[in-house]
Design a protein around this ligand. Structure first.
Ligand SMILES: Nc1ncnc2c1ncn2[C@@H]1O[C@H](COP(=O)(O)OP(=O)(O)OP(=O)(O)O)[C@@H](O)[C@H]1O
Ligand SMILES: Cc1ncc(CO)c(N)n1
Length: 268
């Protein structure tokens, strides 16, 4: 049996809803063999982030070398990268091993406000990682930082997508989770045209790890040879199911349900 392999380079969430844990659960649900290189360990639950401990740059490089020397991934995603040095090391390794199908989720701040990327690391993200990326998936506040502009209209969102595309990503998806409208719209820009992906907003506080899960689903699809638009369509259906069928775990912002998409498929 030939199985596609995907790698996540990201932080660990002890609460299991975001970060490496969300990525591996998503890969597994989408029939992709999951691998991980951990950049930081967070002490985290549904109430917030209690601590952040970054892994040494040597530790990150050694994990990537272990994978690169034996287990070539068909697609790679990055999540929480924390520091300029970790971004630099990640970019060098991705380039060295020639890994393709890179999805960059430019994680900056956790929903509760904790910093998951140092301010001085934004430049490295823009200059070192985005030029290697197939897809970059900012939420609205991240798109504002990457494009260096305020986004307060649909036209501004499109202008920001163009600016981020100009940083070197092949495809830009600006996610709509932070909007307040009843329809959640993610927009995709491929350098020529825009495509929109709409869904009904589901009112819930259990949205911890939505961005990680969405970008991991895109990565799993790319690993299996799907096109970027096809991968985003599936990822949107995957996250919609995971949000709507919420698990009610923990007293704060609970995780999404990584089983839900498969379960729906089994029922239809
Ligand atoms: N309430 C909701 N109902 C339906 N879809 C949603 C909702 N919130 C987010 N989404 C979808 O989830 C995906 C992630 O979007 P979001 O903007 O929440 O990412 P994020 O802020 O990076 O997430 P996080 O930082 O919590 O991991 C997108 O595809 C978005 O459309
Ligand atoms: C480790 C980690 N990565 C990403 C996020 C963003 O959801 C988070 N809260 N924690």
């Amino acid at each position: 049996m030939q199985v596609a392999k995907a790698l996540t380079i990201a932080g660990s969430d002890s609460g299991g809803g975001a970060g490496v844990q969300a990525d591996l659960k998503t890969f597994q649900e989408l029939d992709v063999y999951g691998m991980s290189a951990i950049t930081a360990v967070t002490a985290q639950n549904t109430l917030g982030v209690q601590g952040v401990y970054d892994v040494s740059v040597d530790g990150v490089i050694e994990q990537l070398n272990s994978i690169g020397d034996d287990l070539t991934p068909n697609a790679v995603k990055t999540g929480m990268l924390f520091s300029e040095d970790i971004i630099e090391a990640t970019a060098i390794c991705i380039d060295f091993y020639g890994w393709k199908n890179l999805v960059v989720d430019p994680v900056m701040i956790a929903k509760g406000g904790a910093k998951l990327l140092q301010d001085q690391a934004v430049r490295a993200l823009k200059e070192r990682l985005l030029p290697l990326s197939t897809v970059v998936t900012p939420n609205l506040p991240e798109a504002e930082v990457l494009a260096d502009m305020k986004i307060d209209s649909e036209d501004k969102k499109k202008e920001a997508a163009k600016a981020i595309h100009g940083l070197g990503a092949d495809f830009v998806v600006i996610k709509g989770g932070h909007d307040s409208s009843s329809i959640v719209t993610d927009i995709l820009y491929d350098g020529h045209a825009f495509t929109t992906f709409d869904s009904n907003r589901y009112e819930t506080k259990n949205t911890h790890g939505t961005g990680c899960t969405f970008s991991a689903a895109i990565t799993a699809q790319l690993a299996q040879g799907k096109s970027v638009p096809e991968s985003i369509k599936l990822a949107k259906a995957f996250i919609q199911a995971a949000i709507e069928d919420d698990l009610h775990i923990g007293a704060g912002h609970g995780p999404t349900n990584h089983w839900a998409y498969e379960k729906r498929g089994a029922l239809t």
